[in-house]
Design a protein around this ligand. Sequence first.
Ligand SMILES: [Zn+2]
Length: 411
Amino acid sequence: MRPFWPISLFALACLPALATDAETDFSARARALHERLVTLDTHLDTPANLQKPGWNIMQSHNVADDGTQVDYPRMIAGGLDGGMWAIFTGQGPLTPEGRAHARNAALQIALRIHTMVAAHPDQFEIARTAADAPRIAAAGKRIVYLSIENSYPIGEDLTLVQTFFDLGVRVMSPVHTAHNDMADSASDASPAPWHGLSPRGRQLVVECNRLGIVLDASHASDQVFDQMLALSKTPIILSHSSCKAIYAHPRNLDDDRIRKLAASGGVMQLNSLSAYLVDTPANPDRNKAMAEFFGKYGGSRSLTPAQTEVLNRERREFMAKYPVKRANFDDFMKHVRHALEVVGPEHVGFGADWDGGGGVTGMNDVSCYYKITEALVQAGYSEKDLSNIWSGNVLRLLHAAEDFATKQKKP
Ligand SMILES: [Zn+2]
């Protein structure tokens, strides 16, 4: 039977080469279910692309051509209603200049997200409360929550948390891949300075609770996770993380901690970045070449469209010269199934790290996102389970954060 949703080129790219009628019929039903859900991804690194010269969120792009994974047409194709659009700043020096630079960069990214939404008011809308997501989805628009990955921009000035809250930030993580003012990182090999959260990191937790921001422990060390879980008055999130039991990366979470997270009402959102899913052998030559490549194109904001073309061509050549072992869709689903087996569908969701290194063979960009629903329907999960997994759980956390903040304001 012919599926009743319009097959786009995107969908063809996600389908197996040969499908029986029964398989196609099943896919159509799973797809229809997927379209009924409100779907959120809690870690979209797409704001980094908004500054690319000539790049337009309203046009469809091809990940093989320009490396991007999310745009409006592909969100429609994959059935993604929206998510947390990340204000990410890489960790730099812990100096007044470094912190000021990070603060300015983060404010500019927030502005860029708002500019994108303002330019396309019929397609996107900023969400500030848990109740906004279903309302915006019902209006047929994409949902834009803001999140902060790495609190480096907050630096020594915690009043900036309020500033970013006012700009719409509702999820915030203290740290990225290097230790900083707030906390120890899971993936920094140098001695951990804080053995968890720093005194300011603890204040950050209190301030996020006060305002109604959900705390995010992705990238944080296990000790930071434990301390955030103990300190936070509302359930925390792992916005894009994977399971240590499936692949023992220091950035992944062990089963005991996944259970503790669930016991406190929290949610783990599964990542699709290959290096966290499967063993990818170290390649020093590639790392060196990559550092040179980034050094050459670090300031890509100032490139002309013609120079961007050259960059994209060189990026393709680089990928061909230094291929990396990639995880595939089954590898990703192993982590998803494991998390679901350990804590069940009320504590699991997705933050696939699109435009931040995520994507696996068989699910290369957001246009293939509905495949997860297909796989989970096949595995016996109900529509209610899927509704929780795709957004209900995250919205529960946002509700809890809002409720706590509201209660604090009462005399
Ligand atoms: Zn990340």
